[in-house]
Design a protein around this ligand. Sequence first.
Ligand SMILES: [Zn+2]
Length: 499
Amino acid sequence: MENLKDFGEPSEFWEFFYEITKIPRCSTHEDKIREYIKREAEKLGYQTEIDAIKNLVVRIPSNRDSGSNKIGVVLQSHMDMVCEKNENIHHDFSKDPLKLKTIEIDGEEWLTAKGTTLGADNGVGIAYQLAIMKKIHDRSLNFDTPDLDLLFTVDEERGLSGASQMDKNLISGKYLLNLDSEEDDRITIGCAGGRVFKAEVNYEKELINTPNLKAIKISISGLLGGHSGTDINKKRGNALKILTEIIWKLNSNFNILVNSLEGGNLTNAIPREAHAIFFIEQSQKNEVEAFLKEIIANIKNLYEGTDSNLVISIELLKNFNDKTIFSKDFQNKLVDLFYLIPNGPISLHPTSEGLVHTSLNFAVVHTKENIIEFKVSTRSLEKYDKDTLFERLKTLLRMSGFDINTEIITIYPSWPPDFDSKLVEISKHVYKNIFGKEVIIQAIHAGLECAFFSNYYPDMEMISLGPDVLGGHSPDERLNIRSVSKIWKFLLALLKNLA
Ligand SMILES: [Zn+2]
């Protein structure tokens, strides 16, 4: 595609968006995009500043003549993008421009990239900011704009480090508009905070001393998995919870000798696969199989409709040479502990229907040489609740009787929703005025950069908004073209009303 000029108003947005798709900007490689934005701003005579972690701010003074009672507004996006491509595509994210194309789905026009992510997350935010800068400079906005700080953060996608390590003097203002949301009929006003911890339990391996035992492997697969925050209330199966449920029942009814437990991969994903290997006596084989058959039918029944492709397979391992097992005492305690670790939504928000308040994801288990390692991720809209949940987990670990080392590997704050803030009030009003409909007000059960900003600037009111983007973080990522001008109108009306 040569350019995107025919995509409607504002043409400045599409000019900048097109330029941005030519600039490599995977997370932690934001140098080129930062240079580009800085150059564009300085070309128009605006001041810029960069902090130690390399976030960039462009300062645009109010176009109002008198200096009295000026309100500061921060417009914010992140500079990095998720770099994902289809396997059969040749694309070097460190230098190649994205190859754009439009597609039509159900009569709607979408912009996408051939075989790669599009970087609409968060290129749309950057393009809106630059388009506003250009319009203010050209004096083509017919209203008084507030004092604007255009904030561009680094490294959002990999772990929010740009926002978490930002210099607190970099921005100031009464309101902040984050441009990193992906649905044009709503604004986001809060998000959960989280804590991920890793635990290690030491144990001594024992060798089997009974001859002719049979090794059996139980595997869980076919689950949907998904995001450990936003998908946690969808009643999807957690492979580790299903596995440990089966092992607990076996352990209570038969003399099984467990060799290993394995499952999960990322702490921010619901585990889709897990397996266990254990030994039984030949004479028990038929009875165990019949027992498992019944349990498996019951479990599959629980997930009918939400995770219908769940597969629980049982396999006799013919040539399994690892003859090590847990001691019986260790096995009993471990299986009890894993069976009792809570999982899924713990509580719901008291007034916002369907919003998860506090949740937990039993994410990863590895059997290593003399160590069982497991990871649990917790989320909550309120710090108090997150702390309480963590205390309950620590109590459970203590009651297990194990000597467990725990280490917090990730921690980030929540952005507690304020449904009555002035900014929310103004946004509702403005949206209704332009589009004749109520805007949806939501909080989400996942991390956003606003969580850090709301912690640094407790008096700053903030919302997050953006045009329709689907398939984020995958080569299917696509931007709804019509939606861009809808959010543009909304954004300008917000600025006008805030000033
Ligand atoms: Zn984003």
